[in-house]
Each structure stands twice: as C-alpha cells, then as structure tokens.
Design a binder for this molecule. Structure first.
Ligand SMILES: [Zn+2]
Length: 161
C-alpha cells in the first residue's frame, strides 16, 4: 500500500444497527460493507470471506465469530467513532474516495459533464466534481466537506449525539 493512495487498508462489515456509522466510515475512505437486510450469519460470512473487521452491537455475533470482530458499545454516533479511533487508530479525514451511500469508488469528473446534475449556484462556485462509479451520485469539494467536518466535530464533542 502506497502512502499517496487514498485507499485504506482496513476494511469493515457493519451490522444493520450501524447504518450511520457506516456512512461516516465511508466518508473517511474505509471500504465498509453494509446491508440492512443481511442477517448476522450473512455478515459473518462476508466479513470472513473478504477479510473485513466485523462491527456489531450484538455480543452474540462477536462470540460466534471470535476473531476479527469489534463490539460497539455505545448507541451514540460520536462515541462509536471514538471507540473505533481508540481501537484501530482510524483516520477521520473526510476523503473523496468512497461513496457514503453505496460504498463504491468515487472518481473525478469533468465539470462540464455535471452541469445539468447540480444546482446552478454550485456549478458556478465550484471547480472540482466527483462521481460515484456505483450509484452516480455527484460530489463536490467545498460545502459537502465543510458541512461534514462541522458535523463530525459536533458528534465528537457532544455526548448526546
Ligand atoms: Zn454511490
């Protein structure tokens, strides 16, 4: 793994109670499997097969898997992120590497191609755009990133989030 690559080495699979945490891990650039329909057995299978750390709030799931499982104790997003930071030393930089909705890789796209896809003001005031290779959601640097960083700071400070 080269240090200039945004791709992160650690991969996760999160159970259905961890949808919000999943979206944030993807914003941080971590490949995170998540399906609200997946049963604990299916998630264990995927985590094992794809060498992912299984994140769960169910003690039973961790007991079944034994290795490569991390039990998330808190139901609050900020505390969940802190638990992960303590255990895995994860980076909480907001990257443009992975789609927070579908986990696919995000790629730069030429500005002229997104003209009909984004609000006019956004088009005029931004230069760098990205597209998800999976669901084709358009991202842009600037407001997205600033808003995400502000929310993250709030989550990490506020015990009740
Ligand atoms: Zn996507």
């Amino acid at each position: 793994m080269h240090s200039d690559e945004k791709e992160r080495e650690l991969k996760f699979a999160a159970d259905r109670m961890l949808g919000r945490l999943t979206r944030w891990l993807r914003l941080f650039g971590y490949d995170t499997y998540y399906s609200p329909e997946a049963t604990p057995g299916q998630i264990i299978y995927i985590a094992t097969k794809e060498n992912r750390v299984l994140l769960t709030r169910r003690k039973k799931t961790c007991e079944l898997l034994k290795t490569n499982c991390f039990l998330i104790k808190s139901s609050k997003l900020g505390k969940q992120i802190k638990e992960l930071m303590d255990r895995f030393d994860i980076s909480t930089d907001i990257t443009y590497a992975r789609c927070s909705l579908c986990n696919s890789i995000i790629k730069p796209i030429e500005k002229r191609f997104v003209k009909s896809e984004v609000p006019e003001y956004t088009y005029i005031t931004h230069e760098q755009f990205y597209i998800c290779s999976g669901c084709h959601k358009i991202y842009w640097k600037g407001t997205h990133q600033q808003r995400a960083e502000a929310s993250l700071r709030r989550f990490l400070q506020d015990e009740d989030t």
